[in-house]
Design a protein around this ligand. Structure first.
Ligand SMILES: Cc1cc2nc3c(=O)[nH]c(=O)nc-3n(C[C@H](O)[C@H](O)[C@H](O)COP(=O)(O)OP(=O)(O)OC[C@H]3O[C@@H](n4cnc5c(N)ncnc54)[C@H](O)[C@@H]3O)c2cc1C
Length: 380
């Protein structure tokens, strides 16, 4: 039986990017997913890559650094799947004019008159144009990222670790990476409370030429190579108890019946930005984004919460125990909570985690598993 260096569970942006970087370090990788490659949130994504404007803070700095890295990465990986025409951000209640015009990121202000000179189809809007933004083809990208890995379509129910090896549904590997998105984690990590945010987006045909991506509360892409545009996405929290995500949103009883209302809302908001002639929805995509309260993504070794607290009960009272002394699940790592920016974060986080695993380079504190562990242990 082949022994892989790594088995990645989850073939979304997180898992596929990680497979790519581990392959680059000559590690053998198997990837499994119950839905196929990009069958979860990643296949539903827009997938827009845009900057996060506003006064500098640790979150938008992370997003903008990841964006710079990822844009260049995707262009080098598969230029054909990247459409880099920039984005026009129209002020809304979260991002008013002051926030959008903050000097941190290069932009160009476009008045309503200027926009009408570019296209007479623009509604009476104004906005800020950011050049470093793109829309990509998420499924093509994920397929390309896993080209050098072995893929198996399997629904993994449990992990067995024996004699320093994992044996998982007939696949043998030295290390496991959990990249499960909103699905229940295969090991207990109570400090990483994932809360799913459902989203719907569509591909639509129109005879209108959209010169660049446009974003207000929703995004409209520029015309793609297949002559459609992407319009998305809605945001709805899964809050009910019955919402444990074990299946795709297409089969989720909660969402089966509200598709048409969500599409109507999307199209209404799109038409408030630009006149879309002969508009026809050709495909609907649904998925759930994995987020945690802080909105930061999470990467690193999986801390064993129960064992660590048993070993150091005084952590609860604030005693400082260094991360290297905590208890971890053996050879098991996690990459998750990519939120609404899974394709912005994917390559950047995968690079960080790979360099941590292979070269022992540190993981920035704010995205580490340990940060969440300490926070929960002290709170309890
Ligand atoms: C409608 C919508 C629009 C979006 N738009 C954008 C956008 O414009 N830009 C952007 O950057 N991001 C966007 N996102 C967010 C982005 O899609 C996510 O952040 C990203 O896809 C998360 O990737 P992931 O790999 O963590 O999760 P997923 O893509 O959900 O992958 C996790 C995979 O793990 C598999 N899995 C889990 N458990 C098991 C198991 N036990 N056995 C086998 N397989 C398992 C699942 O089947 C799933 O395929 C959007 C999301 C949605 C829903």
């Amino acid at each position: 039986m082949k022994i892989y260096d790594f088995l990645i569970i989850g073939a979304g942006s997180a898992g596929c990017n990680l497979a790519y970087f581990l392959n680059k370090y000559n590690r053998s990788v198997a990837v499994v997913d119950r839905e196929g490659i990009a069958g979860g949130a990643s296949g539903a994504a827009g997938a827009f890559l845009s900057p996060l404007p506003g006064k500098k803070n640790s979150y938008n700095s992370l997003v903008n650094e990841a964006l710079e890295f990822s844009l260049e990465f995707y262009e080098n990986l598969l230029d054909l799947a990247v459409n880099k025409k920039g984005v026009l951000r129209v002020p809304n209640s979260n991002f008013d004019k002051e926030k959008l015009s903050y000097e941190g990121i290069k932009y160009k202000y476009l008045s309503s008159k200027k926009l009408h000179e570019i296209s007479e189809k623009f509604m009476d809007i104004e906005g800020y144009f950011y050049e470093d933004a793109a829309v990509i083809e998420p499924i093509q990208i994920c397929n390309k990222l896993t080209q050098e890995s072995d893929f198996f379509k399997k629904d993994i129910k449990e992990l067995t670790f024996k004699d320093n090896l994992y044996l998982v549904d007939g696949i043998c590997a030295k290390n496991i990476i959990l990249a499960q998105g909103v699905s229940s984690s295969l090991v207990s990590m109570p400090y990483m409370e994932i809360s799913p945010i459902f989203g719907l987006r569509v591909d639509a045909k129109t005879t209108t030429k959209v010169p660049f991506n446009i974003h207000k509360n929703i995004s409209i892409s520029t015309n793609k190579k297949d002559n459609t545009l992407s319009i998305g996405a809605t945001h709805e929290r899964h809050d009910g108890k019955e919402m444990e995500c074990l299946t795709t949103c297409d089969r989720c009883s909660f969402y089966i019946n509200n598709e048409q209302t969500q599409i109507k809302t999307l199209l209404k908001q799109a038409k408030e930005l630009i006149q879309l002639d002969n508009l026809e929805v050709v495909k609907i995509y649904k998925g759930a984004r994995a987020t945690i309260k802080s909105y930061f993504p999470v990467v690193g070794k999986a801390v064993d919460y129960e064992k660590s607290l048993k070993k150091y009960p005084s952590i609860k009272n604030g005693t400082k125990i260094p991360p290297e002394d905590l208890e971890y699940y053996p050879n098991l790592y996690v990459i998750n909570a990519l939120g609404s920016r899974g394709f912005v974060f994917g390559p950047y986080l995968a690079k960080i985690l790979t360099q941590n695993i292979i070269c022992n380079e540190p993981i920035p504190k704010e995205i580490s598993t340990q940060k969440l562990f300490y926070k929960m242990a002290r709170k309890n």
